[in-house]
Structures are given as structure tokens and as C-alpha cells.
Design a protein around this ligand. Structure first.
Ligand code: PLP
Length: 345
């Protein structure tokens, strides 16, 4: 299949139309067979629970071309498991894991010509979506669900590449509640965080870092990425990343914790107090879209914490973790943990 004619090296993180999407519906207790369509529209009842009561969950994943020309999806079963957990929390029908992986694999296979060339640094972003489509006026779960998968080729989330970003520590706006749904990809979490991000952008910051919603004492996570700090005291180097009930269970962070251990770092996954920022030599954020992005500075009230030589260049551990993760994803480095799911032709 000939590759689509796109300017791969200059793609932004936007929506580029592709050829097909894949859909399933759950009705009368059973999931349908996959429906492949070219239509990007969705016809649903105006009383669908997704629209009124927030029964909506999504996932963000990626497919890449490896150096040896294969197309792979990174750890799809992790995303499928997270979506199922989210569905159970929102009383939605969870798509079975095999159905989830089938939908994702088919959506990539059918749009293979949009998988960017390996050397471009761009990827095919995969967006699975689960919504309550059954109509309801009283508050309660729908009796019908749609699970669909579309894909779009994307470039870097932060156009600064490995240049460190500027971060605003947000205490006033919470994206999630302590015992809420912040640990899963509920659509409403993102609406809740939008005004904090808009405010941070107005002040000249790239991204928001939320504090914990219970005490505002600990670091939670960024608006669409996980925070980490690197602490090196002599030969002992630590990868420290927050644990909290309101943080998304990130597939990338889980992978980086594994990679960090492989590289000989000590991993601490625990509550991280804001004041600990002063003890990190490097800081960064990670996620499917952001990969590993160095943080140059965090502004907390009147106080600025800076990392990476006054925030100007990425530190060595951020680079090493980036290289190791992307190396595995593109098969430059052996897939020693079995993370790559190959898409058949
Ligand atoms: C709020 C939030 N936190 C963290 C992440 C990172 O999660 P993952 O590594 O699974 O992409 C994301 C998505 O990328 C996110 O939206």
C-alpha cells in the first residue's frame, strides 16, 4: 500500500482525516460485529447518556513504523484493561479485551498508509472511544453503548521537542476528585481541566501541573501527562513519580518505570510533596503523546523551581529515558518486555 502524501516531518498534534474507522455497538446484552465505515459522523439519540451524564471514556495510544518496516501498536492490552476499568467505574459496558485489541488493530491495518515513516518522528495516534448511546432522562446508565476507534497521524505534542517546557503548578482548579474518576480516562476530567490550561497559557506557561485535590500538598499530574523528578545523590539515581488516587494510571509511566529499573535507577512511586521539587536535578513529564518531555521550570506561587541548567537544555536522564523508550517502540532496541503488538498486513 502506497504511503499517503503528507508532510510527515511537519505534522502537528491535530486531526488529519484518514480512510476508515471501526465501530461496535452493545445492545440487548451483546456486542455487534465490527462495522467499518468511511463516515466520520455519529448519529445518536439527543438523550444519549454520554451527552447528559458523562458516560464517555476514551483512550490514547499509538502505532509506529519500526526500523525494520513493521507496524506495531504499543501495549494495547494495557489501554484495553484501563478502558474496561473506567467502564466499570462509570457503570458502562466494558468492551472485552479481545474486541478492544481487534478494533484497534483493524483501525490501524485499514489506515496503514497513514502510518508515518519511522525516521519522521511522527506516529499514528489511535483514539478508541466508548460512549453511552442509549437515551435516558433520569440519571442512570444507558442500555446501549458504542465503542469506536479512529486514527490520525500526529507530530510532536510539544513543538519544543527536547527543549524543556515551562510548567504552572495549579492549586485552585482540580481536574479530578480524590475518590472520583481521575485514574481513568473519563471525558469529563478533561473538560474540568481546560480552564486551568487556558489560564496557564495566558500566563506564558506550556502546561499545568495539578496538586492533589484533597490537601494541595502533593504533586498530582499534568493536564495530559505524568510528572517525574530525577534525584541523584552520588552514584544513586532515583526516578520519583507521584502516586495518588486522582492520577491517570499511565501506560507510558509504567513503561518508563520498568526501563528506569533496567537502566539501574531506583524507582519511587509514592506521594511527592511540592517542596520536594527543590531536591530534583531533572524533571519531566511523560505520556503517549508527550513521550518524555523535560520540564525546565515549575512556577509555584511566587517561587520558581528550575531544572536542567536553568531550564535551557534537557538533562542526561530525560534524554536517556526518551532514547530507551523510543528505541524499544521503534525496535532499534530489542523488545525485551514484549510490548510491541504487530499489525498484520
Ligand atoms: C491526564 C493524563 N495523564 C497522563 C497521561 C499519560 O498516560 P499514558 O501514558 O497512558 O498515555 C495522559 C494521556 O496521555 C493523560 O491524559
Amino acid at each position: 500500500m502506497e504511503r499517503a502524501n503528507l508532510d510527515w516531518a511537519n505534522l502537528g498534534f491535530g486531526l488529519v482525516p484518514t480512510d476508515f474507522n471501526v465501530r461496535y455497538t452493545w445492545k440487548d446484552g451483546v456486542w455487534s460485529s465490527p462495522e467499518v465505515t468511511r463516515s466520520t459522523d455519529l448519529v445518536i439519540p439527543m438523550a444519549a447518556t454520554a451527552l447528559h451524564y458523562g458516560q464517555a471514556l476514551f483512550e490514547g495510544m499509538k502505532a509506529l513504523e519500526t526500523v525494520d518496516g513493521r507496524v506495531v501498536v504499543f501495549r494495547p492490552t494495557e489501554n484495553g484493561t484501563r478502558m474496561a476499568r473506567g467502564a466499570r467505574k462509570l457503570l458502562m459496558e466494558p468492551p472485552p479485551l479481545e474486541l478492544f485489541v481487534e478494533g484497534v488493530t483493524e483501525a490501524v491495518r485499514l489506515n496503514r498508509r497513514y502510518v508515518p515513516p519511522c525516521e519522521s518522528g511522527a506516529v499514528l495516534y489511535i483514539r478508541p472511544l466508548l460512549i453511552g448511546t442509549g437515551p435516558r432522562v433520569g440519571v442512570g446508565p444507558a442500555d446501549e453503548y458504542t465503542f469506536l476507534v479512529f486514527v490520525t497521524p500526529v507530530g510532536p505534542y510539544f513543538t519544543r521537542g527536547m527543549r524543556p517546557i515551562r510548567v504552572w503548578l495549579e492549586e485552585d482548579v482540580d481536574r479530578a476528585a480524590p475518590n472520583g474518576v481521575g485514574d481513568v480516562k473519563a471525558a469529563g476530567n478533561y473538560a474540568a481541566g481546560m480552564r486551568a490550561t487556558a489560564h496557564a497559557h495566558e500566563q506564558g506557561f506550556d502546561v499545568v501541573l495539578h496538586t492533589d485535590p484533597r490537601e494541595n500538598k502533593y504533586i498530582d499530574e499534568c493536564s495530559a501527562a505524568i510528572f517525574f523528578g530525577i534525584q541523584s545523590t552520588g552514584p544513586d539515581v532515583k526516578y520519583i513519580t507521584p502516586q495518588s488516587t486522582s492520577i491517570l494510571a499511565s501506560v507510558t509511566n509504567d513503561s518508563i518505570m520498568t526501563v528506569a529499573r533496567d537502566l539501574g535507577l531506583t524507582v519511587e512511586h509514592r506521594p511527592v510533596e511540592i517542596t520536594e521539587l527543590a531536591t530534583f536535578q531533572e524533571a519531566g513529564c511523560c505520556g503517549t503523546a508527550t513521550i518524555v518531555t523535560p520540564i525546565g521550570m515549575v512556577q509555584w506561587r511566587e517561587r520558581a523551581f528550575t531544572f536542567h541548567e536553568q531550564g535551557k537544555v534537557a538533562g542526561p536522564w530525560c534524554r536517556k529515558l526518551y532514547d530507551e523508550l523510543v528505541g524499544i517502540q521503534t525496535a532499534r532496541i530489542p523488545d525485551r518486555h514484549g510490548w510491541l503488538h504487530e499489525v498484520p498486513r
